[in-house]
Ligand binder design. Structure first.
Ligand SMILES: NC(=O)c1ccc[n+]([C@@H]2O[C@H](COP(=O)([O-])OP(=O)(O)OC[C@H]3O[C@@H](n4cnc5c(N)ncnc54)[C@H](OP(=O)(O)O)[C@@H]3O)[C@@H](O)[C@H]2O)c1
Length: 298
């Protein structure tokens, strides 16, 4: 049995669908499965081979039953103030349950001294996993291409991609590719103790991203550089918490230094898969970028 946490989220949801499509038995950990997440839980439960465990990563008592009979587990939770604590709680529960392998969705730069709060947390969680004795694999993912959905209101209103990126490049990744890699690790041999940096196949400037979004949507989209202060104000106006907006500003300060510009060919070289290009991603989601379809929750 494979346990997938973060199953109502972007990567976890894709992973549950892929494992089900491949014929594996999956347990999806969903908090509030009978209340606020009831609709998502019931959609997941309809997939062949999928069962739901109602549980909260912050509550060890709920994890013991979710982990019963689990050979391998995928660890994902939200980028929020609790991320380090809830993921470490899960690792402790997995160790107590004798789980054979924990696969962690980490970030591309999990540095313990990073100025970016979630990079530090990913570093601390990775360290906790490595010290726990539980066999592990870290998937160090670069920026999700889905992050550009945050720009849809600005694209629709004024044709502008408004980011504090200066001329920096970034190698962003399709979440479906991350889910495929995770599914390969969770169902195949030889990945214990491995650390995989995962990015898309090209490193793009924001001007190049704007050209690609324009071609895919038929809209005229240009890159407009904004200051970190204006970016934070924009995120707050869009409903983000100060904690989340400031975290994103820290992240973009790192990206402006070129910290996420390196392309890693892991998807192709280790997993033998075609890494999704930004053109393919933009064409697939053109209706969302034109504002004709709702974007998934970010
Ligand atoms: N965005 C990027 O560009 C990027 C790049 C690299 C790495 N990452 C990392 O990817 C992770 C987020 O992945 P994602 O975007 O797929 O997730 P997401 O869409 O933000 O969803 C988070 C999932 O975690 C669940 N969760 C959070 N706290 C929980 C708890 N206490 N108990 C049970 N479930 C809990 C959420 O459940 P609910 O539905 O109940 O909230 C949801 O299913 C973060 O660690 C982030 O740092 C992100």
């Amino acid at each position: 049995m494979i346990l997938v946490t973060g199953a109502t989220g972007l990567v976890g949801g894709e992973l549950v669908r892929r494992l089900s499509d491949r014929g594996f038995r999956v347990r999806a950990l969903v908090r509030n499965a009978g209340t606020s997440n009831a609709a998502k839980a019931s959609a997941l439960a309809q997939l062949p081979g999928v069962e739901i465990a109602d549980g909260d990563l912050a509550q060890p008592a709920t994890l013991a039953s979710a982990l019963r009979g689990v050979d391998r587990a995928m660890l994902i939770s939200s980028s929020d103030a609790a991320m380090r604590d809830v993921q470490c709680t899960f690792v402790d529960a997995a160790r107590a349950a004798g789980t054979g392998h924990v696969v962690k969705l980490s970030g591309i730069m999990p540095e313990l001294d990073s100025p970016f709060r979630f990079a530090r947390m990913h570093g601390e969680i990775e360290q906790h996993i490595e010290q726990s004795g539980v066999p592990f694999t870290h998937i160090r993912a670069g920026e999700f291409m889905h992050s550009y959905f945050r720009q849809v209101p600005s694209i629709v209103k004024s044709g502008a991609l408004r980011l504090p990126m200066a001329d920096a490049r970034i190698a962003s990744t399709d979440i479906g590719d991350i889910a495929d890699v995770a599914a390969d690790i969770l169902t195949g041999p030889g990945h214990e103790g491995r650390i995989y940096p995962i990015t898309g196949p090209e490193s793009l400037s924001m001007a190049e991203v704007a050209v690609k979004l324009s071609a895919a949507t038929g809209l005229e989209i240009r890159y407009v550089e904004v200051s970190a202060e204006d970016f934070i104000a924009g995120r707050l106006a869009a409903g983000a918490s100060p904690y989340a907006a400031e975290g994103l500003a820290e992240l973009f300060a790192e990206r402006r230094k070129g910290k996420e510009a390196t392309v890693y060919p892991t998807i192709e070289t280790v997993f033998g898969r075609h890494p999704t290009t930004f053109d393919e991603f933009a064409r697939r989601h053109a209706a969302i970028f034109r504002g004709e379809q709702p974007a998934p929750r970010l």
